[in-house]
Ligand binder design. Structure first.
Ligand code: NAD
Length: 491
Protein backbone atom coordinates (compact mmCIF):
# COMPACT_ATOMS: atom_id res chain seq x y z
CA UNK A 1 0.00 0.00 0.00
CA UNK A 2 1.36 3.40 -1.01
CA UNK A 3 2.53 5.68 1.82
CA UNK A 4 1.97 9.24 0.69
CA UNK A 5 4.98 11.53 0.36
CA UNK A 6 5.31 15.20 1.12
CA UNK A 7 6.17 17.74 -1.58
CA UNK A 8 8.90 19.98 -0.18
CA UNK A 9 11.38 22.17 -2.07
CA UNK A 10 10.11 20.89 -5.40
CA UNK A 11 10.67 17.20 -4.55
CA UNK A 12 8.53 14.29 -3.37
CA UNK A 13 10.09 13.11 -0.12
CA UNK A 14 9.19 10.60 2.57
CA UNK A 15 7.82 11.92 5.83
CA UNK A 16 10.03 11.63 8.91
CA UNK A 17 6.93 10.16 10.61
CA UNK A 18 6.64 6.41 10.15
CA UNK A 19 3.19 6.11 11.80
CA UNK A 20 0.37 6.25 9.26
CA UNK A 21 -3.40 6.15 9.08
CA UNK A 22 -5.51 4.74 6.25
CA UNK A 23 -7.16 6.79 3.54
CA UNK A 24 -10.49 5.05 3.01
CA UNK A 25 -13.16 4.96 0.31
CA UNK A 26 -16.30 5.77 2.37
CA UNK A 27 -18.55 3.84 -0.04
CA UNK A 28 -16.96 0.45 0.72
CA UNK A 29 -14.13 0.91 3.34
CA UNK A 30 -11.46 0.00 0.78
CA UNK A 31 -8.03 1.31 1.87
CA UNK A 32 -6.75 3.61 -0.88
CA UNK A 33 -3.40 4.69 0.61
CA UNK A 34 -1.66 5.44 3.90
CA UNK A 35 -0.92 8.95 5.10
CA UNK A 36 1.77 9.97 7.66
CA UNK A 37 0.14 10.98 10.93
CA UNK A 38 1.99 11.65 14.18
CA UNK A 39 4.41 13.79 16.17
CA UNK A 40 7.25 13.79 13.63
CA UNK A 41 5.12 15.49 10.98
CA UNK A 42 6.06 18.65 12.93
CA UNK A 43 9.60 18.11 11.72
CA UNK A 44 8.36 17.88 8.11
CA UNK A 45 6.77 21.29 8.67
CA UNK A 46 10.17 22.66 9.77
CA UNK A 47 11.65 21.54 6.43
CA UNK A 48 8.74 22.98 4.47
CA UNK A 49 8.96 26.35 6.23
CA UNK A 50 12.72 26.51 5.60
CA UNK A 51 12.12 25.81 1.89
CA UNK A 52 9.25 28.31 1.71
CA UNK A 53 11.33 31.06 3.41
CA UNK A 54 14.19 30.56 0.97
CA UNK A 55 11.91 30.60 -2.09
CA UNK A 56 10.37 33.84 -0.95
CA UNK A 57 13.50 35.92 -1.51
CA UNK A 58 13.43 35.48 -5.27
CA UNK A 59 9.67 35.34 -5.75
CA UNK A 60 8.58 38.46 -3.87
CA UNK A 61 10.79 40.66 -6.07
CA UNK A 62 9.48 39.22 -9.34
CA UNK A 63 7.06 41.57 -11.17
CA UNK A 64 3.46 40.61 -10.42
CA UNK A 65 2.71 40.23 -14.13
CA UNK A 66 5.29 37.45 -14.24
CA UNK A 67 4.07 35.89 -11.00
CA UNK A 68 0.63 35.24 -12.49
CA UNK A 69 1.94 33.53 -15.65
CA UNK A 70 2.16 30.07 -14.00
CA UNK A 71 -1.49 30.44 -12.97
CA UNK A 72 -2.59 30.55 -16.61
CA UNK A 73 -0.73 27.30 -17.15
CA UNK A 74 -2.20 25.83 -13.96
CA UNK A 75 -5.73 26.60 -15.16
CA UNK A 76 -5.10 24.70 -18.41
CA UNK A 77 -3.54 21.76 -16.56
CA UNK A 78 -6.43 21.58 -14.08
CA UNK A 79 -8.95 21.68 -16.92
CA UNK A 80 -7.11 18.94 -18.80
CA UNK A 81 -7.02 16.73 -15.67
CA UNK A 82 -10.44 17.56 -14.22
CA UNK A 83 -11.88 14.10 -14.88
CA UNK A 84 -8.96 12.33 -13.22
CA UNK A 85 -9.01 14.66 -10.20
CA UNK A 86 -12.80 14.40 -9.91
CA UNK A 87 -12.58 10.60 -9.80
CA UNK A 88 -10.10 10.88 -6.92
CA UNK A 89 -12.40 13.28 -5.06
CA UNK A 90 -15.27 10.83 -5.37
CA UNK A 91 -13.11 7.87 -4.34
CA UNK A 92 -11.81 9.40 -1.12
CA UNK A 93 -14.57 11.88 -0.22
CA UNK A 94 -17.66 10.07 -1.45
CA UNK A 95 -19.58 12.76 -3.35
CA UNK A 96 -21.04 12.03 -6.78
CA UNK A 97 -18.79 12.36 -9.82
CA UNK A 98 -20.87 15.32 -11.12
CA UNK A 99 -20.41 17.08 -7.76
CA UNK A 100 -16.67 16.45 -7.91
CA UNK A 101 -16.44 17.95 -11.41
CA UNK A 102 -18.46 20.99 -10.26
CA UNK A 103 -16.13 21.37 -7.27
CA UNK A 104 -13.08 21.48 -9.53
CA UNK A 105 -14.79 24.11 -11.71
CA UNK A 106 -15.14 26.35 -8.64
CA UNK A 107 -11.49 25.80 -7.79
CA UNK A 108 -10.40 26.71 -11.31
CA UNK A 109 -12.47 29.92 -11.16
CA UNK A 110 -10.33 31.02 -8.24
CA UNK A 111 -7.18 30.46 -10.30
CA UNK A 112 -8.74 32.61 -13.05
CA UNK A 113 -9.67 35.36 -10.58
CA UNK A 114 -6.17 35.36 -9.10
CA UNK A 115 -4.83 36.03 -12.61
CA UNK A 116 -6.25 39.55 -12.12
CA UNK A 117 -3.85 40.16 -9.21
CA UNK A 118 -1.79 42.72 -11.20
CA UNK A 119 -4.90 44.93 -11.20
CA UNK A 120 -6.35 43.82 -7.84
CA UNK A 121 -3.06 44.59 -6.08
CA UNK A 122 -2.93 48.15 -7.37
CA UNK A 123 -3.09 50.70 -4.65
CA UNK A 124 -3.82 54.32 -3.76
CA UNK A 125 -1.93 57.56 -4.40
CA UNK A 126 -2.80 61.05 -3.21
CA UNK A 127 -0.83 63.83 -4.82
CA UNK A 128 -0.40 66.99 -2.75
CA UNK A 129 -2.02 65.54 0.37
CA UNK A 130 -0.38 68.49 2.10
CA UNK A 131 1.52 71.28 0.45
CA UNK A 132 4.34 69.71 -1.60
CA UNK A 133 3.68 66.31 -0.02
CA UNK A 134 2.46 63.12 -1.74
CA UNK A 135 1.25 59.99 0.02
CA UNK A 136 0.74 56.50 -1.32
CA UNK A 137 0.18 52.94 -0.26
CA UNK A 138 2.10 49.86 -1.40
CA UNK A 139 0.89 46.28 -1.02
CA UNK A 140 3.71 43.86 -0.19
CA UNK A 141 3.58 40.09 0.38
CA UNK A 142 3.19 38.93 4.00
CA UNK A 143 5.68 36.06 3.69
CA UNK A 144 5.27 32.33 4.29
CA UNK A 145 1.56 31.44 4.23
CA UNK A 146 -0.11 28.17 5.21
CA UNK A 147 -3.48 26.57 4.55
CA UNK A 148 -5.15 23.83 6.58
CA UNK A 149 -8.08 22.34 4.70
CA UNK A 150 -11.09 20.12 5.55
CA UNK A 151 -12.31 16.84 4.06
CA UNK A 152 -15.45 17.97 2.29
CA UNK A 153 -14.04 19.92 -0.69
CA UNK A 154 -10.55 18.49 -1.19
CA UNK A 155 -10.20 19.91 -4.70
CA UNK A 156 -11.68 23.37 -4.27
CA UNK A 157 -10.89 24.81 -0.85
CA UNK A 158 -7.07 25.04 -1.21
CA UNK A 159 -7.75 27.22 -4.29
CA UNK A 160 -9.61 29.79 -2.17
CA UNK A 161 -6.09 30.71 -0.99
CA UNK A 162 -3.20 29.19 -2.95
CA UNK A 163 -3.42 31.14 -6.25
CA UNK A 164 -3.91 34.49 -4.50
CA UNK A 165 -1.09 33.82 -2.03
CA UNK A 166 1.50 33.13 -4.70
CA UNK A 167 0.27 35.83 -7.10
CA UNK A 168 0.71 38.34 -4.25
CA UNK A 169 4.33 37.24 -3.85
CA UNK A 170 4.11 34.81 -0.94
CA UNK A 171 5.25 31.22 -0.56
CA UNK A 172 2.75 28.57 0.51
CA UNK A 173 2.40 25.38 2.56
CA UNK A 174 -0.70 23.22 2.30
CA UNK A 175 -1.73 20.73 4.99
CA UNK A 176 -4.68 18.84 3.45
CA UNK A 177 -7.18 16.84 5.48
CA UNK A 178 -5.73 13.45 6.41
CA UNK A 179 -9.06 11.92 5.36
CA UNK A 180 -8.74 13.06 1.72
CA UNK A 181 -5.07 13.69 0.84
CA UNK A 182 -5.08 12.05 -2.62
CA UNK A 183 -6.78 14.88 -4.50
CA UNK A 184 -4.06 17.41 -3.68
CA UNK A 185 -1.34 14.80 -4.36
CA UNK A 186 -2.58 14.81 -7.96
CA UNK A 187 -2.93 18.61 -8.06
CA UNK A 188 0.65 18.96 -6.79
CA UNK A 189 1.87 16.69 -9.60
CA UNK A 190 0.46 19.38 -11.89
CA UNK A 191 1.92 22.22 -9.81
CA UNK A 192 5.29 20.49 -10.18
CA UNK A 193 5.09 21.18 -13.93
CA UNK A 194 4.81 24.97 -13.45
CA UNK A 195 8.50 25.90 -13.14
CA UNK A 196 7.90 27.74 -9.89
CA UNK A 197 10.94 28.38 -7.67
CA UNK A 198 11.70 25.24 -5.62
CA UNK A 199 9.98 25.49 -2.25
CA UNK A 200 7.49 28.17 -3.28
CA UNK A 201 4.55 25.79 -2.89
CA UNK A 202 4.77 22.80 -0.53
CA UNK A 203 2.48 20.03 0.67
CA UNK A 204 2.87 18.39 4.08
CA UNK A 205 0.61 15.65 5.48
CA UNK A 206 -0.45 15.11 9.07
CA UNK A 207 -3.00 16.15 11.67
CA UNK A 208 -2.88 18.24 14.86
CA UNK A 209 0.91 17.99 15.25
CA UNK A 210 1.66 19.42 11.82
CA UNK A 211 -1.00 22.11 12.31
CA UNK A 212 0.43 23.15 15.69
CA UNK A 213 3.91 23.34 14.16
CA UNK A 214 2.54 25.78 11.56
CA UNK A 215 0.72 27.82 14.22
CA UNK A 216 3.87 28.14 16.33
CA UNK A 217 6.54 28.69 13.66
CA UNK A 218 7.89 32.25 13.73
CA UNK A 219 8.37 32.41 9.99
CA UNK A 220 4.81 31.46 9.10
CA UNK A 221 3.06 34.82 8.81
CA UNK A 222 -0.44 33.93 7.61
CA UNK A 223 -2.77 31.02 8.32
CA UNK A 224 -5.88 30.17 6.28
CA UNK A 225 -8.08 27.52 7.86
CA UNK A 226 -11.35 25.89 6.84
CA UNK A 227 -13.00 23.24 9.02
CA UNK A 228 -15.19 22.77 12.08
CA UNK A 229 -15.94 25.63 14.47
CA UNK A 230 -14.12 24.21 17.48
CA UNK A 231 -10.89 23.79 15.49
CA UNK A 232 -11.38 27.15 13.72
CA UNK A 233 -11.63 28.92 17.08
CA UNK A 234 -8.52 27.13 18.34
CA UNK A 235 -6.54 27.95 15.18
CA UNK A 236 -7.56 31.60 15.35
CA UNK A 237 -6.64 31.94 19.01
CA UNK A 238 -3.29 30.14 18.85
CA UNK A 239 -2.29 31.71 15.53
CA UNK A 240 -3.23 35.23 16.66
CA UNK A 241 -1.47 34.75 20.02
CA UNK A 242 1.66 34.00 17.99
CA UNK A 243 1.28 37.26 16.05
CA UNK A 244 0.06 35.81 12.75
CA UNK A 245 -2.78 36.99 10.62
CA UNK A 246 -5.46 34.29 10.61
CA UNK A 247 -8.62 33.67 8.62
CA UNK A 248 -10.49 30.68 10.06
CA UNK A 249 -13.71 29.55 8.41
CA UNK A 250 -15.78 27.31 10.68
CA UNK A 251 -18.90 25.14 10.71
CA UNK A 252 -22.46 26.04 9.86
CA UNK A 253 -26.15 25.46 10.46
CA UNK A 254 -28.00 27.01 7.57
CA UNK A 255 -31.63 28.12 7.81
CA UNK A 256 -33.99 28.62 4.87
CA UNK A 257 -37.33 30.41 5.06
CA UNK A 258 -40.15 29.58 2.64
CA UNK A 259 -42.85 32.26 2.31
CA UNK A 260 -46.41 31.47 1.19
CA UNK A 261 -45.77 33.47 -2.02
CA UNK A 262 -42.78 31.32 -3.08
CA UNK A 263 -42.83 29.24 -6.28
CA UNK A 264 -43.33 25.93 -4.46
CA UNK A 265 -42.21 23.48 -7.15
CA UNK A 266 -38.99 25.36 -7.89
CA UNK A 267 -38.36 25.97 -4.18
CA UNK A 268 -38.76 22.32 -3.17
CA UNK A 269 -36.36 21.15 -5.86
CA UNK A 270 -33.73 23.76 -5.01
CA UNK A 271 -33.98 23.09 -1.27
CA UNK A 272 -33.71 19.31 -1.70
CA UNK A 273 -30.59 19.85 -3.82
CA UNK A 274 -29.14 22.07 -1.10
CA UNK A 275 -29.93 19.71 1.81
CA UNK A 276 -28.88 16.49 0.10
CA UNK A 277 -26.11 17.65 -2.25
CA UNK A 278 -22.76 16.14 -1.16
CA UNK A 279 -24.88 14.09 1.32
CA UNK A 280 -25.34 17.27 3.35
CA UNK A 281 -21.58 17.52 3.94
CA UNK A 282 -21.38 21.07 2.68
CA UNK A 283 -20.86 24.13 4.83
CA UNK A 284 -23.62 25.76 2.74
CA UNK A 285 -26.07 22.86 3.01
CA UNK A 286 -29.56 24.02 3.95
CA UNK A 287 -30.59 22.30 7.16
CA UNK A 288 -33.38 24.13 9.06
CA UNK A 289 -36.33 24.66 6.73
CA UNK A 290 -38.78 27.19 8.16
CA UNK A 291 -42.18 27.40 6.48
CA UNK A 292 -44.20 30.55 7.14
CA UNK A 293 -47.98 30.51 7.69
CA UNK A 294 -49.80 27.81 5.75
CA UNK A 295 -46.87 27.15 3.37
CA UNK A 296 -46.04 23.83 4.98
CA UNK A 297 -49.19 22.23 3.60
CA UNK A 298 -48.12 22.80 -0.03
CA UNK A 299 -44.39 22.44 0.32
CA UNK A 300 -44.18 19.29 2.45
CA UNK A 301 -45.31 16.94 -0.31
CA UNK A 302 -43.06 18.60 -2.88
CA UNK A 303 -40.04 18.32 -0.56
CA UNK A 304 -40.82 14.69 0.19
CA UNK A 305 -41.10 13.93 -3.51
CA UNK A 306 -37.79 15.65 -4.31
CA UNK A 307 -36.01 13.97 -1.37
CA UNK A 308 -37.14 10.39 -1.78
CA UNK A 309 -36.15 10.34 -5.44
CA UNK A 310 -32.46 11.07 -4.80
CA UNK A 311 -30.42 8.12 -6.06
CA UNK A 312 -27.94 7.15 -3.32
CA UNK A 313 -24.85 5.04 -3.94
CA UNK A 314 -21.18 5.01 -4.94
CA UNK A 315 -20.47 8.33 -6.64
CA UNK A 316 -18.68 6.84 -9.65
CA UNK A 317 -21.68 4.67 -10.57
CA UNK A 318 -23.97 5.92 -13.33
CA UNK A 319 -26.94 8.00 -12.16
CA UNK A 320 -25.88 8.29 -8.50
CA UNK A 321 -26.85 11.67 -7.04
CA UNK A 322 -25.84 11.26 -3.41
CA UNK A 323 -22.88 9.45 -1.86
CA UNK A 324 -21.94 8.19 1.62
CA UNK A 325 -20.89 10.02 4.78
CA UNK A 326 -17.17 10.41 5.26
CA UNK A 327 -16.71 7.94 8.18
CA UNK A 328 -18.68 5.34 10.16
CA UNK A 329 -18.29 7.68 13.18
CA UNK A 330 -19.91 10.48 11.24
CA UNK A 331 -22.80 8.20 10.27
CA UNK A 332 -23.28 7.08 13.89
CA UNK A 333 -23.20 10.70 15.14
CA UNK A 334 -25.92 11.71 12.67
CA UNK A 335 -28.11 8.75 13.60
CA UNK A 336 -27.80 9.76 17.26
CA UNK A 337 -28.84 13.33 16.41
CA UNK A 338 -31.93 12.03 14.62
CA UNK A 339 -32.78 10.00 17.74
CA UNK A 340 -32.32 13.11 19.88
CA UNK A 341 -34.67 15.08 17.61
CA UNK A 342 -37.31 12.36 17.89
CA UNK A 343 -36.93 12.34 21.68
CA UNK A 344 -37.52 16.11 21.63
CA UNK A 345 -40.87 15.65 19.88
CA UNK A 346 -40.06 15.71 16.14
CA UNK A 347 -41.56 13.08 13.83
CA UNK A 348 -40.10 11.38 10.77
CA UNK A 349 -41.56 12.21 7.38
CA UNK A 350 -38.79 10.29 5.61
CA UNK A 351 -36.33 7.97 7.37
CA UNK A 352 -33.04 7.36 5.57
CA UNK A 353 -31.42 5.31 8.33
CA UNK A 354 -30.55 1.70 7.81
CA UNK A 355 -29.82 2.28 4.13
CA UNK A 356 -28.22 -0.68 2.40
CA UNK A 357 -26.81 -0.12 -1.06
CA UNK A 358 -26.39 -3.24 -3.13
CA UNK A 359 -22.69 -3.93 -3.70
CA UNK A 360 -21.72 -1.29 -1.08
CA UNK A 361 -23.13 -2.82 2.08
CA UNK A 362 -20.15 -1.59 4.13
CA UNK A 363 -20.55 2.04 2.99
CA UNK A 364 -21.42 4.86 5.41
CA UNK A 365 -24.80 5.55 3.86
CA UNK A 366 -27.79 7.41 5.23
CA UNK A 367 -30.48 8.17 2.64
CA UNK A 368 -32.40 11.49 2.57
CA UNK A 369 -34.19 12.06 5.85
CA UNK A 370 -36.90 14.60 6.78
CA UNK A 371 -38.05 15.42 10.29
CA UNK A 372 -41.08 17.62 10.87
CA UNK A 373 -42.47 19.52 13.86
CA UNK A 374 -38.92 20.04 15.07
CA UNK A 375 -38.60 22.07 18.28
CA UNK A 376 -37.24 25.57 17.41
CA UNK A 377 -34.82 25.45 20.34
CA UNK A 378 -34.01 21.72 20.07
CA UNK A 379 -30.73 19.96 19.36
CA UNK A 380 -31.50 19.37 15.67
CA UNK A 381 -31.95 23.10 15.07
CA UNK A 382 -28.81 24.16 16.95
CA UNK A 383 -26.25 21.48 16.06
CA UNK A 384 -24.41 21.18 12.75
CA UNK A 385 -25.59 17.79 11.43
CA UNK A 386 -23.37 17.62 8.31
CA UNK A 387 -25.50 14.88 6.84
CA UNK A 388 -28.59 14.38 4.61
CA UNK A 389 -31.14 15.49 7.19
CA UNK A 390 -33.81 18.18 6.78
CA UNK A 391 -35.55 19.66 9.81
CA UNK A 392 -38.94 21.25 9.12
CA UNK A 393 -40.50 23.82 11.42
CA UNK A 394 -43.27 26.37 11.01
CA UNK A 395 -43.52 30.02 12.07
CA UNK A 396 -46.41 32.47 11.87
CA UNK A 397 -44.65 35.35 10.15
CA UNK A 398 -41.46 36.44 8.42
CA UNK A 399 -40.48 38.37 11.57
CA UNK A 400 -40.75 35.22 13.71
CA UNK A 401 -38.84 33.19 11.16
CA UNK A 402 -36.03 35.77 11.07
CA UNK A 403 -35.86 35.49 14.86
CA UNK A 404 -35.22 31.75 14.54
CA UNK A 405 -32.55 32.45 11.90
CA UNK A 406 -30.85 35.00 14.13
CA UNK A 407 -31.10 32.82 17.23
CA UNK A 408 -28.49 30.51 15.76
CA UNK A 409 -24.84 30.78 16.82
CA UNK A 410 -23.58 30.16 13.30
CA UNK A 411 -23.86 32.64 10.42
CA UNK A 412 -22.56 31.00 7.28
CA UNK A 413 -25.70 31.21 5.13
CA UNK A 414 -29.37 32.14 5.33
CA UNK A 415 -31.85 31.91 2.44
CA UNK A 416 -35.35 33.14 1.67
CA UNK A 417 -37.78 31.86 -0.94
CA UNK A 418 -40.35 34.46 -1.93
CA UNK A 419 -41.78 36.36 -4.89
CA UNK A 420 -41.96 39.60 -2.88
CA UNK A 421 -39.18 42.16 -3.29
CA UNK A 422 -40.12 43.70 0.04
CA UNK A 423 -39.79 40.39 1.90
CA UNK A 424 -36.45 39.84 0.20
CA UNK A 425 -35.23 43.31 1.14
CA UNK A 426 -36.33 42.94 4.78
CA UNK A 427 -34.62 39.55 5.02
CA UNK A 428 -31.30 40.51 3.49
CA UNK A 429 -31.15 43.54 5.74
CA UNK A 430 -31.92 41.71 8.99
CA UNK A 431 -30.60 38.14 8.66
CA UNK A 432 -27.44 37.63 10.72
CA UNK A 433 -25.44 35.59 8.23
CA UNK A 434 -22.65 36.49 5.84
CA UNK A 435 -23.86 34.67 2.71
CA UNK A 436 -27.49 35.39 1.79
CA UNK A 437 -29.56 33.59 -0.84
CA UNK A 438 -32.83 34.89 -2.27
CA UNK A 439 -34.51 32.04 -4.18
CA UNK A 440 -31.10 30.34 -4.05
CA UNK A 441 -30.40 27.17 -2.06
CA UNK A 442 -26.60 27.21 -1.90
CA UNK A 443 -25.52 30.85 -1.64
CA UNK A 444 -21.88 30.11 -2.46
CA UNK A 445 -20.05 33.30 -3.39
CA UNK A 446 -18.34 33.11 -6.78
CA UNK A 447 -14.56 33.52 -6.80
CA UNK A 448 -14.72 37.32 -7.21
CA UNK A 449 -16.59 37.68 -3.90
CA UNK A 450 -15.45 36.86 -0.35
CA UNK A 451 -16.75 33.69 1.29
CA UNK A 452 -18.40 35.74 4.02
CA UNK A 453 -19.21 33.60 7.07
CA UNK A 454 -20.24 35.40 10.28
CA UNK A 455 -20.43 34.60 14.01
CA UNK A 456 -19.23 31.06 14.87
CA UNK A 457 -18.80 30.33 11.16
CA UNK A 458 -15.79 32.63 10.87
CA UNK A 459 -12.93 33.94 12.99
CA UNK A 460 -10.93 36.80 11.54
CA UNK A 461 -11.86 39.71 9.31
CA UNK A 462 -10.66 39.04 5.76
CA UNK A 463 -12.29 36.01 4.13
CA UNK A 464 -11.10 33.68 1.37
CA UNK A 465 -11.50 34.47 -2.38
CA UNK A 466 -11.45 37.67 -4.44
CA UNK A 467 -10.30 41.02 -3.12
CA UNK A 468 -10.38 39.82 0.49
CA UNK A 469 -7.76 37.22 -0.41
CA UNK A 470 -5.59 39.90 -2.02
CA UNK A 471 -5.83 42.00 1.13
CA UNK A 472 -5.16 39.01 3.38
CA UNK A 473 -2.03 38.00 1.48
CA UNK A 474 -0.55 41.50 1.36
CA UNK A 475 0.51 43.96 4.00
CA UNK A 476 0.13 47.64 3.39
CA UNK A 477 2.97 50.11 3.55
CA UNK A 478 2.16 53.80 3.44
CA UNK A 479 4.78 56.19 2.12
CA UNK A 480 4.64 59.94 2.64
CA UNK A 481 7.09 62.03 0.60
CA UNK A 482 8.09 65.68 0.66
CA UNK A 483 9.76 67.28 -2.35
CA UNK A 484 9.93 71.02 -1.43
CA UNK A 485 9.62 73.32 -4.39
CA UNK A 486 12.25 75.57 -2.84
CA UNK A 487 14.82 72.92 -3.77
CA UNK A 488 16.14 73.85 -7.15
CA UNK A 489 15.60 71.35 -9.92
CA UNK A 490 18.87 70.47 -11.63
CA UNK A 491 17.41 69.89 -15.12
P1 NAD B 1 -12.01 19.47 11.00
O1 NAD B 1 -12.08 20.72 11.79
O2 NAD B 1 -12.16 18.19 11.71
O3 NAD B 1 -10.61 19.37 10.21
C1 NAD B 1 -10.15 20.43 9.39
C2 NAD B 1 -8.62 20.42 9.38
O4 NAD B 1 -8.15 20.69 10.71
C3 NAD B 1 -8.00 19.11 8.94
O5 NAD B 1 -6.93 19.39 8.07
C4 NAD B 1 -7.53 18.47 10.25
O6 NAD B 1 -6.38 17.70 10.08
C5 NAD B 1 -7.25 19.67 11.13
N1 NAD B 1 -7.54 19.42 12.55
C6 NAD B 1 -8.51 18.62 13.06
N2 NAD B 1 -8.50 18.66 14.40
C7 NAD B 1 -7.50 19.48 14.76
C8 NAD B 1 -7.00 19.93 16.01
N3 NAD B 1 -7.53 19.52 17.16
N4 NAD B 1 -5.97 20.79 16.01
C9 NAD B 1 -5.43 21.22 14.85
N5 NAD B 1 -5.86 20.83 13.64
C10 NAD B 1 -6.88 19.97 13.58
O7 NAD B 1 -13.11 19.61 9.83
P2 NAD B 1 -13.59 18.52 8.77
O8 NAD B 1 -14.40 17.50 9.47
O9 NAD B 1 -12.45 18.10 7.93
O10 NAD B 1 -14.54 19.43 7.85
C11 NAD B 1 -15.91 19.61 8.09
C12 NAD B 1 -16.16 20.94 8.78
O11 NAD B 1 -15.65 22.00 7.98
C13 NAD B 1 -17.65 21.23 8.96
O12 NAD B 1 -17.85 21.79 10.23
C14 NAD B 1 -17.93 22.26 7.87
O13 NAD B 1 -19.02 23.11 8.13
C15 NAD B 1 -16.64 23.02 7.84
N6 NAD B 1 -16.46 23.72 6.59
C16 NAD B 1 -16.58 25.08 6.61
C17 NAD B 1 -16.45 25.79 5.43
C18 NAD B 1 -16.59 27.28 5.44
O14 NAD B 1 -16.27 27.90 4.43
N7 NAD B 1 -17.03 27.89 6.51
C19 NAD B 1 -16.19 25.12 4.23
C20 NAD B 1 -16.05 23.74 4.26
C21 NAD B 1 -16.19 23.04 5.45
Amino acid sequence: MEILKNYIKGRWIESKEKETIDVINPANQEVLARVPFGVKTASDIEDAVAAASEALNEWRHMPVMRRVQPLYKLKLLLEAHTEEIARLITLECGKSYAESVAEMQRGIENVETACATPTLMQSEFSENIASGIDEFMIRQPVGVSACISPFNFPGMIPFWFLPYAIACGNSFILKPSEKVPLTMMKVFELIDKLDLPKGLVNLVHGGKESVDALLDHREVRAISFVGSTSVARYIYQRGAANGKRVQAQGGAKNPVIIMPDADIEMTAKIIADSVYGCAGQRCLAASNIITVGDTKGFVKEALLEAAKNKVTGFGLDEGVEMGPLITPESKARIEQLIEKGLAEGASLLLDGRGASISGYEKGNFIKPTILENVAPDGELIKTEIFGPVMSLLTMESLDQAIEVVNGNNYGNMACLFTSSGLNARTFRNRAKAGNIGINIGVAAPMAQFPFSGWNDSFFGDLHGQGRHAIEFFTQTKVVIERWPKEWTRKF
